[in-house]
Design a protein. Structure first.
Length: 130
């Protein structure tokens, strides 16, 4: 029986990005040893999009599907303002038929997606802190 999902982010500065997830985004987590942090995530869903030639991650002779992480929120503009108050400048906000989106820059130079869905979600919504 499946009981959860574990998402891997690959970073050029994992320590800085872990600190950002903990200190700026406020994600709770555990230290599994030697400063290696694993974070709890809000309820999640998965959608399968056509790859259109996107690269895959090679692991032990296997070809893993590529993935993107988008955090979901009630109000993208308000969350972007909150991050701006902490010195984080998100990319431009774009309105799509499925949602309002932006990206959050990480200390490593990578980015995380952030969007306000305009579609039903696949999970029962519970108000969470943050």
């Amino acid at each position: 029986m499946l009981f959860g999902a574990h998402i891997l982010l690959y970073s050029d500065d994992a320590e800085a990005d872990r600190g950002f997830l903990r200190d700026t985004l406020g994600l709770a987590g555990i230290d599994v040893g030697r400063g290696w942090l694993i974070f709890a995530l809000p309820p999640s869903e998965v959608a399968v999009h056509p790859s259109e030639g996107a690269p895959r991650q090679a692991l032990g002779g296997h070809s893993l599907l590529g993935a993107e992480l988008y955090f979901m929120c009630d109000d993208v503009r308000a969350y972007v303002q909150r991050l701006a108050g902490m010195g984080v400048v998100c990319t431009e906000i774009s309105e799509e038929p499925w949602g309002i989106r932006t990206t959050i820059p990480l200390p490593s130079g990578g980015e995380l997606g952030l969007y306000q869905p305009l579609h039903p979600t696949a999970f029962e919504r519970k108000d969470l802190p943050g």
